[in-house]
Unconditional design. Sequence first.
Length: 234
Amino acid sequence: MLQRYLWKLLPKPQRAFLLGRLSVVDRQAVNKSMSANLRFPEAFDRRSCLFIHVPKCAGSSVCEAMFNGWRPGHLPLYWYEEQFPAEFAAAFKFAFVRDPLERAYSAYAFLHGNELSGRDHAAQQLVRHYRDFDDFVARWLHADTIGRQLHFVAQTDFLTDSLGRLAMDFIGYQEHLARDFQLVCERLGLTSQLQHFNGSRQRRPQPARDFCTQRTRRLVRRVYARDYEMLGYE
């Protein structure tokens, strides 16, 4: 409460300056922490679970199937740990992840080819500055830029606790989505069917590694080195 009060006392330009120094993940965590009526989500509390929605990793489909379309937003694991320690300790914590190259291309194709709401217009304009996916990776997708844009943030930024540890009870892989989704349902005692939501209209049918250049694959591997290592995509 005191933190929220002091934050509101800061002039808006100072708040904007401070938030601008943070990654987009940390910025969302701060903004959420300073909102009123902060409480552990009822949908999670009811099932004693905690779903971390990593962008472009089938999260919209999971939310539709498990939570009747309610979405928790893209908040990091450490935020729940710090805000709701008792619920965090008791909850079954799960997420879904994806090969970093395929996820980066999926985000690029989604932003480039879909009609999107106002909150995604800046990201859409960003990707449309580049000739194609290879050009985008070469000229923009770097370690010091991915933290500025939600769709391209490293997956492990969402999945680590306050000590930087991968602290999930279950990590499902989009490469085995149907199987891993059913494992989560069994753990939570649910009978749900997974459908596909929030896809890209312009996504190519073949894997990105089949059409992007070797240089692109190498650059993505370098930018998302932590994801490749911690999520088992080596």
